[in-house]
Ligand binder design. Structure first.
Ligand SMILES: Cc1cc2nc3c(=O)[nH]c(=O)nc-3n(C[C@H](O)[C@H](O)[C@H](O)COP(=O)(O)OP(=O)(O)OC[C@H]3O[C@@H](n4cnc5c(N)ncnc54)[C@H](O)[C@@H]3O)c2cc1C
Length: 158
């Protein structure tokens, strides 16, 4: 038996992955979250181009299940910019006690189900992990690193 065997491996530390990790830990599952970059935030970690911000009210975004976070946090703008949202998700990771369960710099390259062991073998940039189940809440379509707005927001794609 693999001593580090998880019940569930969560892939990606955006707002969805962090919530999923919290829910799994709360329910008593042995879980880890694998995260490609050096920090949490998903979309709000990767997209750092000038002017990156919410297009819906920031007050509609967040972990409303946590009274502590709800009480402590106030958005400074109606449509907050990327740094503030990234800050919120970092605060959430701290307050919800998620840090010890997050493996940074760990991009998942492949996941193979091994019938005999009845577990997933997950190859990452930091090694191999084993888990009964894998959860990839979102492949991160808006989380590709961007240093400037996507083509549609620029005059030319050249
Ligand atoms: C500029 C901008 C403005 C936005 N405004 C709003 C808004 O106003 N309201 C709103 O609701 N939404 C908005 N969004 C959408 C936003 O993406 C979502 O709200 C939300 O942040 C998505 O969170 P997520 O956790 O589901 O996915 P993501 O934040 O995309 O996180 C997925 C994570 O998975 C990681 N990952 C993917 N593949 C792997 C792998 N193989 N191994 C390890 N890690 C992996 C990615 O690196 C990423 O960190 C906006 C997005 C952008 C870019």
């Amino acid at each position: 038996m693999d001593a580090d065997l998880c019940d569930v491996l969560v892939i990606g530390a955006g707002i969805t992955g962090l919530h999923q990790l919290h829910s799994l830990l709360t329910a008593g599952f042995r879980s880890r979250l694998l995260k490609a970059g050096t920090g949490v935030g998903g979309t709000w970690y990767w997209n750092r181009y000038p002017g990156a911000r919410f297009d819906s009210e920031s007050s509609s975004y967040g972990y409303f299940f946590s009274p502590e976070l709800r009480d402590e946090w106030n958005w400074s703008e109606e449509f907050a910019g990327q740094p503030e949202t990234e800050h919120y998700l970092n605060l959430a990771a701290d307050q919800l006690g998620l840090r010890p369960f997050i493996v940074l710099n760990s991009r998942v390259a492949s996941a193979t189900y091994l019938e005999d062991e009845a577990w997933w073998e997950v190859a990452t940039t930091t090694g191999v992990a084993h888990s009964r189940t894998c959860a990839h809440p979102r492949p991160g379509s808006t989380a590709s690193p961007r240093s400037r707005p996507p083509c549609s927001a620029r005059r030319s794609c050249r």
